[in-house]
Write a protein that binds this ligand. Structure first.
Ligand SMILES: [Zn+2]
Length: 319
């Protein structure tokens, strides 16, 4: 059964490849591969590549990329098959595969994707540069993602702030170690993971004294490893870093809850129900007072239902 589906997949791929011959063009040391139907995307990608290529070099010490790298744009059905084969989540809108030195992108932006094609391409290109510079030196996944988000987006947006505030108040922030299994997270948690990664990267940048010091930091990571780089440039170990980042995150972003519409709707609902409660109480009191006044008016002196005991009690005492 599995063989048949693999065969079917192979035949579909062959047929698609047959139907749409791949074209390639070169930009610096990159080969951009695409089908004729995705020519627009390929041109957009090459423009972005020219811009980003210059900008990305600023984050590293001068180095030359000796190998060639690839960017392959896959038509939508091919992308879906590729994504499944690679075990990528449905929210994935592109990937950099280090062992193939290649970025894979879908031709048309995938609807379930978390980010736009432009955002995804800048993000994946940042992964590529970081890996091209560090080669096999390992860095935590959150750093890879944080750096890639910094390159593609820059600072945190208001929406990111709200997302962080919700996670802080709801006590469901991810640990930095949880970000290692990013690909297994559902879309909403994955988004939080990207935002947290970026916030941790920005915190690190603050400790470093700005982006101008990134090349030196990257150089130490490459020569002495991640832990040594943290100690040397930040005077922290990894645990220290996470604790300090966490406190900074809480202090900076918990008040973003006030920019959250849901929060104000909630406050409004609470205030509203308190208001309604007091209004009902006031109305009841008023009605009771009215009834009492009415009774006094209808039966002004003594009530007519005097009993025998009353009569008895009213008699003058016997002597
Ligand atoms: Zn990434």
């Amino acid at each position: 059964m599995k063989f048949i589906s693999i065969l079917a997949l192979f035949l579909i791929t062959v047929q698609l490849a047959w139907a749409q011959p791949k074209r390639t063009f070169r930009v610096a040391q990159f080969d951009i591969q695409y089908s004729i139907s995705d020519e627009g995307v390929a041109l957009q990608v090459s423009e972005l590549l020219k811009q980003e290529h210059q900008r990305l070099q600023r984050f590293f010490p001068p180095f030359t990329m000796r190998q060639r790298y690839g960017i392959e744009i896959l038509p939508a059905p091919e992308w879906t098959a590729f994504r499944r084969r690679m075990g990528l989540p449905a929210w994935s809108g592109g990937v950099y595969v280090a062992r193939e030195r290649k970025i894979f992108l879908p031709g048309q932006n995938v609807t379930q994707s978390l980010f736009t094609l432009e955002h995804t391409f800048r993000h994946e290109l940042a992964h590529l540069f970081l890996q091209a510079y560090l080669q096999t030196v390992p860095v935590p996944r959150w750093y890879h993602e944080g750096f890639a988000e910094y390159v593609s987006q820059g600072n945190l947006t208001m929406e990111d702030g709200r997302r962080l505030a919700n996670a802080i108040w709801g006590k469901n922030l991810l640990l930095l170690a949880d970000i290692d299994s990013l690909n297994e997270l559902p879309a909403s948690r994955a988004r939080l993971a990207y935002v947290e990664s970026l916030s941790a990267f920005l915190f690190l940048l603050k400790q470093l004294g700005g982006a101008a010091n990134l090349p030196a930091f990257h150089e130490t990571v490459k020569q002495q490893g991640w832990d040594q780089a943290l100690t040397r440039h930040l005077q922290m170990d990894a645990i220290d870093f996470e604790i300090k980042w966490y406190h900074w995150l809480e202090a900076e972003y918990r008040w973003f809850i006030f920019t959250n519409l849901d929060f104000w709707l909630w406050v409004l609902a609470v205030l509203g129900s308190i208001g309604i409660y007091y209004q009902i109480r006031r109305r009841n009191k008023k009605r009771l007072a009215e009834w009492e006044a009415q009774e006094r008016y209808q039966f002004p002196v003594t009530p007519p239902w005097r009993t025998e005991e009353d009569e008895w009690d009213d008699r003058p005492p016997k002597k």
